[in-house]
Every structure is written in C-alpha cells, then in structure tokens.
Ligand binder design. Structure first.
Ligand SMILES: [Zn+2]
Length: 318
C-alpha cells in the first residue's frame, strides 16, 4: 500500500511536469480536458495522500503491536469521498485525479450491493446535528444503516459529461464544489457552464456547492480576503442557481487550508458544512467545520475504497 501511494505521488510529479507525458492521448480521451493536470489539483492531492500515508502507516504499526486489526462497524462512521476529474478510458494506474466513468459506475454499484445508502450533504448535515444534540462518550455514530457521501472538487466539465450520467442512472446524490469565477468566466481547464449546472440540479440529485470564487488557499492570503472569496462564491451560486433551493451552505476549502478563526467566522456566516482534504471518516467527534474526506484516485475499485475507509476509521476512532 505504502509503495503504491509513493508510486502515485511520483507519477503525479511526472504528470505535472507537462502534457507530453500522455503521449498519444487526445483531448477527447479525457473528455475535452487538457492533459495537463492543474496545479490546484496536484496540491490538493499531494497534501491528502501524504497525510493518508502517515495515518495508515501509524495504524499498521499500532495494529501490529496489538497483534490484530481493530474493526469499527460501518454504521459508526460515514466515509465522504473526494473525486476531481473523470475520463472515458483508463489513463493508467497512478494518474491520480483521473477516474474513469466505468470505475465510478462500478464503485457506486458496489457500494449499493454492500448495503450502503449514498446520502446528500443535507442528510449529512442532519446526522451531524443529531450527533451534536446527543453528546455521548463513544465516537461511533450508531447509525441504522451504512451511509456514504460523494463529493467532487473544482467543477470540471467531466463531472457533467461523464459523472452526472452515472449519478442520474444510479439515482444517487452527489455534491460538486465549484470554483464560481471559473464557471462564469471559463477560466482554466474546461469547467461546466451555469446552464449545465442547472441541468444537473434539475434532472438529478447532483447539487453544486462552494469551493470559493477563485480557488485561493487560506494560507496564500489574509483572512479577510479569504472570507471574501468564500462569500463571493456563495453569492454566485445563489444568483446562478436560484432553482437549487433547500441546500445546506457548504464549502470545500481549496487545498484543505483553513484556520480555527476562519472556520468560526464562516460558521457564523452560515457555512454549516466545511470540508477539508484531511483523510479520515465522519464520526461523532467530527467537527462540522473540518470534515475529513477520502480521496479516490485512479484505478481504485469500490472494494478498495471501502477497505481504505475502514482502515482510516480504525486509525482515527477509538
Ligand atoms: Zn480544488
């Protein structure tokens, strides 16, 4: 596992060096997305993957000391998955952010077969509220069923072109964190348009949430400018997607960066769910202002994702 993660990271470094690495791949192969993986994604990935490697190797050592692997019931935690790009066909294991449409379909079908209910952010908000209102000693959520959440960062066109048809077909909710200026001004790698976003909201359980207006990371600017970028993103969502009512106000922090002061300010401004790229699962001790996620990288099966969730649960829960 460790070797694979290292491989993944080194592939990312190779990939981020330039588009020529893809050789004969055409733009169509990756759904109109330039083959160059944007820096914003690699930063988010590298942070998350290196943290995950640390947590999981600590867990391996701990379970080796105890002579057994601790198993937490899947009804005691909620994995929140984080995706970025999608492609039509296999780009090779280690291509990080690019998950194929077929992989996504297999994963969702597998989660369902295993008895998982894929829930919306509104349901997640409700479950967190319930946990907050009934404080208990143990960290398990004690749910009546196994739940899982699907999120995607940045708002790429492939979310609309390749992932949305699967969410629609499988009738499952999914959350997209969009960089609102990029949607409005068609900045950077191809993003879906507001019209396409509206279509997803109208015809499926896909909902669009906030990833700031400009993808500025909190550690790259001052607190006031960062909060302003979050509020601008929220305003853009509300004005372009008026049809998206009754959604919880949620934010995914660019690169996962935040501070306790920012978390508190945004919570007071009504941002009820705040997601990071810290690897982990949602449990009773999870703060709604620092929700951990599990990054899905290319080549993973549904079974591998659930195994990763179970190991992260064991590593982060008592
Ligand atoms: Zn991002």
């Amino acid at each position: 596992m460790k070797r694979w993660l290292t491989f993944c990271l080194s592939m990312l470094m190779v990939l981020s060096a330039g588009p020529m690495v893809f050789g004969a791949e055409t733009a169509e192969d990756i759904s109109g997305i330039n083959a160059e993986i944007p820096e914003e994604v690699t930063a988010e990935m590298e942070d998350s993957l290196s943290m995950e490697e640390e947590i999981l190797s600590a867990e391996e050592e701990a379970s080796a000391d105890e002579g057994q692997i601790q198993e937490i019931p899947a009804t005691d935690y909620i994995p929140v998955l984080m995706y970025h790009h999608f492609a039509q066909r296999d780009m090779g294991r280690g291509n990080g952010v690019v998950v194929t449409q077929a992989e996504l379909e297999e994963q969702i079908k597998y989660f369902k077969e295993q008895g998982y209910r894929i829930i919306s952010l509104e349901e997640l908000d409700h479950l967190l509220t319930r946990a907050e209102m009934n404080p208990k000693e143990e960290s398990g959520l004690g749910l009546s069923a196994k739940y899982l959440c699907i999120t995607m960062d940045d708002g790429y066109y492939s979310n609309y072109d390749l992932a949305y048809p699967i969410f629609r077909q499988e009738r499952v909710p999914a959350a997209i964190f969009a960089i609102t200026d990029s949607v409005t001004n068609h900045v950077g790698l191809r993003k879906f348009t507001w019209k396409e976003a509206g279509e997803m909201v109208k015809n499926s359980q896909v909902r669009i949430y906030n990833h700031t207006s400009n993808h500025i990371a909190a550690d790259d600017t001052d607190e006031d400018s960062f909060v302003a970028a979050v509020l601008e993103g929220q305003e853009a969502l509300e004005s372009h997607l008026a049809q998206q009512r009754d959604t919880v106000t949620a934010l995914a922090y660019p690169n996962g960066e935040n501070t306790p002061e920012i978390q508190q300010r945004l919570l007071e401004a009504g941002v009820r769910l705040q997601f990071t790229v810290t690897p982990g699962v949602v449990n009773r001790n999870t703060s709604r202002t620092a929700i951990p996620r599990i990054m899905v990288v290319s080549g993973m099966t549904g079974a591998e994702i659930l195994e990763r969730a179970s190991r992260l649960a064991a590593a982060t829960m008592e």
